[in-house]
Design a binder for this molecule. Structure first.
Ligand SMILES: [Zn+2]
Length: 303
């Protein structure tokens, strides 16, 4: 057991050098004894902080832990955690003892990548965090597609709460020959209605979460960020797809980001549904003149 010989440690790569991304992702599939609560917990997030010369000046590792008391059965419903989650932090892998558990990779998993740049364009912080939740709307939209019948041009669409918390059909008016976008994240620059969104909320997700807790508006005023255009990528045979967006701060002061979400637009403009939402393991401070880049990477495991 132990991280010293089994893993590429900070010592092995140099304490001041960035962890390779694939190494950080490898760590996020491993289990460790939490020095705070004693649970055997999976790593949840890896943060690195950088100095002006690009060297690592600090790290944070977060473990997915839980309260000692399980939730009562009436609160522990199917589709939610049967305990109250907490994230415990260490600043070095040397504080962790790895427990060798037969490693598994989920059928589907999502990772959130965030990069924070200062006004001079220097990377100041990188986060790789396991995404907590697809939200129920993601299944409703998938089901609406599975129910579609191209041959007859008809659809029995499911409905769910849009980002304004109004119940709305995921697909409406689908007809043969008419092609509406689905699962759209390619929002144009300045459009904060869909695609990747950022906010200041820290509330936990529930099965009724319909939007970010407190979205940061698009703009250059106080507390605002300029939303860049969204993009997504995939190639044939690839086991992952990535949505990406950059946010620029021209507000005149720093802006704090605590939550991130992926909102899909469907059907026609205005049909916006939140699919994924995550509270960041710790908040980011985007400097005035700086940029904040977010990537959602959705991957599958073939076995
Ligand atoms: Zn713990």
């Amino acid at each position: 057991m132990g991280t010293e010989t089994e893993l590429i440690t900070e010592r092995a790569i140099g304490a001041d050098r960035p962890l390779p991304e694939e190494q950080a992702l490898d760590l996020l599939h491993r289990y460790f004894v939490c020095p705070h609560c004693g649970n055997i917990s999976r790593l949840f997030a890896v943060n690195e902080f950088y100095g002006e010369d690009g060297s690592v000046v600090g790290r944070e590792y977060y473990l997915s832990c839980h309260d000692v008391e399980d939730l009562p059965p009436e609160e522990a419903r199917n589709g939610t955690l049967p305990f109250r989650k907490v994230h415990h932090r260490v600043s070095s892998l040397a504080e962790l003892e790895e427990v060798k558990i037969t490693r598994t990779k989920p059928n589907v998993e999502v990772f959130l990548h965030a990069h924070n740049y200062d006004a001079e364009g220097r990377l100041t912080r990188r986060l790789i965090q396991r995404s907590d939740s697809f939200l129920p709307n993601s299944l409703g939209m998938l089901c609406s597609q599975m129910e579609s019948q191209y041959a007859t041009g008809t659809v029995t669409s499911c409905s769910g709460p849009n980002t304004g918390n109004t119940s709305s059909a995921f697909i409406d008016g689908y007809t043969e020959g008419a092609y509406y976008e689905m699962f759209a994240t390619g929002a144009p620059s300045g459009n904060a209605n869909y695609g990747i969104q950022v906010g200041t909320g820290t509330a936990a997700n529930s099965t009724t979460t319909y939007a970010l807790a407190s979205q940061i508006p698009n703009g250059t005023g106080s507390g605002q960020l300029s939303y860049g255009s969204g993009a997504a990528s995939w190639s044939a045979g690839s086991t992952s797809t990535t949505a990406v967006r950059t946010f620029s701060n021209s507000s005149g002061a720093s802006v704090t980001v605590s939550e991130v979400g992926l909102v899909w637009e469907s059907n026609v403009s205005g049909y916006n549904f939140i699919m994924i939402r995550d509270v960041l393991s710790s908040s980011f401070t985007v400097a005035n003149g700086g940029n904040f880049n977010v990537q959602y990477n959705i991957s599958i495991t073939v076995s």
